[in-house]
Ligand binder design. Sequence first.
Ligand SMILES: [Ca+2]
Length: 354
Amino acid sequence: MKAVLAALVLIGVAMARQNPPPVQTTAPTPTPVATPTQTFEEFLAGVRADALKAGVRKETLDAALTGLEPNPVVVARDRAQPEATQSLDDYLAQRLTPTRIQTAVTMRQTHAALLDQIEKTYGLPPSMMVAFWGLESNFGAFTGSYQTISSLATLAYDGRRAIFRNELIAALKIVDAGQITAADLKGSWAGAMGQPQFMPSSYLTNAIDFDGDGRADIWNALPDVFASMGNYLKRSGWQAGDAWGREVKLSKDALADVEKGVPMRTTGCRALKEMTVARPIADWTALGVKDADGSSLPATTLTASLVRGQARYFLVHRNYEAIIAYNCSNAYAISVGLLADRIASQKRPGPGQK
Ligand SMILES: [Ca+2]
């Protein structure tokens, strides 16, 4: 699960009865930061003992943990109070810039053969892989330069959060397996790694060595990057050939009827609780929901849930929940879907065309 990062980066959007509240876009502190009663060295000794029990070799631990210090920059980032708030609508406007869309279209063309090949294995369309890639790491340009082991040790120690301690042990397993050296294991300050921004536990479950060189290199090898994303989505329930959802229009009356007649979900991660239960398209049509261009909703056997911004509304299908499994945020997931649509709608040049 990438939920660790999602819990930190709360870019959810609330589907409240009134106007949805604004969205936090910087990382809040999820739990009060306790003053540690252990020294950092004592903490590391405990991690070391647990990692050994989990099968990590002594030599790996010696190399990775000796001389490790908490990173004060990570502590500062972690403790920073959220500064900005942003609605779903503003988030979309900021993320889906003409430059990003154009780059995405170009990247889809540049890597067409590889993306098409990976789609055959995992069922995730190239437009989706490129959309995830673009939003996670700006097409691989920004993967984070923090030492992952140091970041996770800092976060686990400072505030005593078990979730980061588990991620730290997962990171040590990755190094122990020879996937990458501890020095090259880098990512965001919060521990998300490489071009798909996987947490270490997610890497252990989902990363794929698609080019067959013996390492699942999500930092540098595009075949591994795209295949790992495809595998993640497939494992999260992505159904090949299904749509993710679409933007829709609701009149004021229709919105009032939806609020009266369609309950919100009560289970799942935060973003899922911010959407309605799933209903057949015929029900949404009966409630007065229209396609974004004002026409009737297209027929589909897929059920749909409503995701609501301040002025923009979306009906989403089961594949949307696979995107949410990658990052539990409606603003994020809608961005991925819309960007993928923009990529897929671009006609690729045929043979002999430029
Ligand atoms: Ca590889």
